[in-house]
Design a protein around this ligand. Structure first.
Ligand code: MN
Length: 423
């Protein structure tokens, strides 16, 4: 395991005990300020460490980094250097931040550390391709029970391959970006013909997504053993869903306009390196999967997930607590399956897990499941209630891995729903 993961490490930067960003984390993101153009940074406590400055001043010399690699509005160029290079930068940054390291003097620290309150976080990568999987057995079972048959909730293929579809890269936005409720065709149950309407069943999907740092040539599968070497890290992902539009359009080719009006990701890419201490065994896979999908050891991640709903009148109320460890299909299986036919991947691709629901009703990762398609009300802290999202509501997602020594957090993935815009 990387020396940067040592739970004993302490930084000269003051980090509060429950911070998402202790020295053991050091996620990468793209930030800008009133004075600084967009560039790469690392989160530490309540600060962003400016990688552009560190690189320009020679603090990252010896790592073989191309000049200007952090002075860009996306991490794609840096990620394209590969997993090993990303690890070496994280390890060097860890050294520079350790409490007994004085390479950065007081003046340099002052310039290199930017308070988070003064930055605006941007999309961490330029996303060329986005795929959404459907990897939670509990979610697939809930949806199958609701819309098809509780006795045959999972379709016959589900335990043999990680089901997925190609999503829309152009509408992925960073946390903090508001989303307009979509208009579309809706088939109301008591009417024969569809109507054109703003969605009445606006929902979120609690997901985690991995971002690739590798690329492959068309025709060349990535083996399951190589899969993780192509993954830079994870972000929180909200796959906003208009359930009524989705339900009318999805047969036979799958999700389309009920999904592609917006998806929100969290700005900090937490490296797989930082998550090493939180590896766990995934659920037992029975029936046994085909050899190209077989993995050994701890391939899942124990990452706690929380969803909050905040209205214009209420404080944020927790409406879901789940965990990434529930996923039936792990990230290596997702990427190996995605490329087994020769499909090529690019640096900065986003691969979302699918809604992550757990076994108990409080762990369901969408309002569709939490309210059982609008049949149950969710009570909020101020007495308001919801079945689906109303205009002005915000959905806030948090994710963190923690043990008794260290907490590796993801920050937040937040988005507000604005009224629909007509033609
Ligand atoms: Mn989804």
């Amino acid at each position: 395991m990387s020396a940067a993961n040592n739970p004993q490490l302490k930084s000269w930067v003051q980090v509060e005990p429950h911070s998402d960003f202790p020295i053991q984390n050091l996620p990468f993101g793209i930030f800008k300020t009133r004075y600084l153009a967009p560039g790469a940074g690392v989160a530490i406590g309540n600060f962003v460490l400016d990688l552009v400055y560190l690189h320009e001043q020679g603090y990252l010399d010896g790592l073989g980094l191309p000049s200007g690699i952090f002075n860009q509005a996306q991490l794609n160029g840096f990620f394209a250097l590969g997993r090993k290079k990303i690890s070496s930068v994280r390890e060097r940054v860890s050294e520079l931040l350790q409490y007994d390291n004085e390479e950065l003097n007081a003046a340099a620290r002052e310039i290199a550390l930017v308070p988070m309150a003064e930055v605006r976080m941007l999309m961490p990568v330029q996303v060329h391709n986005y795929t959404d999987f459907y990897s939670s057995e509990e979610h697939a079972t809930n949806v199958g029970s609701m819309f098809r048959d509780p006795k045959n909730a999972l379709l016959p293929n589900w335990k043999h391959l990680p089901v997925g579809y190609h999503g829309r890269a152009s509408s992925i936005v960073v946390s903090g970006t508001a989303i307009h409720r979509p208009y579309g065709q809706i088939k109301l149950p008591d009417q024969e013909l569809p109507v054109f309407s703003a969605s009445r069943k606006m929902d979120f999907e609690l997901e985690m997504a991995f971002i690739t740092c590798g690329e492959s040539k068309l025709g060349n599968p990535i083996s399951i053993k190589e899969a993780e070497a192509n993954i830079a890290g994870l972000v929180i992902f909200n796959d906003w869903s208009a359930r009524d539009i989705q339900q009318w359009e999805y047969v036979p080719l799958g999700p389309f306009l009920g999904k592609n009006f917006g998806s929100t990701l969290s700005p900090w890419v937490v490296t797989l390196d930082a998550l090493e201490p939180f590896r766990v065994q995934g659920p037992e896979q029975n029936p046994q999967v085909l050899p190209y999908l077989q993995t050994e050891g701890k391939r899942n991640f124990d990452i706690q997930l929380e969803v909050y709903l905040q209205t214009e009148k209420s404080e944020a109320t927790t409406i879901c607590r789940s965990n990434m460890k529930y996923l039936y299909w792990n990230v290596a299986q997702q990427l190996a399956h995605h490329t087994i036919n020769g499909c090529n991947i690019a640096v900065g691709d986003v691969y979302a897990s699918g809604t992550i629901s757990g076994p108990s009703p409080g762990s369901y990762g969408s309002l569709l499941e939490l309210t059982w398609n609008g049949q149950k009300l969710i009570e909020l802290s101020n007495g308001e209630s919801r079945t689906f999202i109303q205009d002005g509501d915000s959905i806030i997602m948090k994710a963190f891995a923690s043990n008794n020594q260290v907490r590796i957090g993801f920050g937040i993935c937040e988005g507000k729903i604005l009224p629909a815009k007509s033609l």
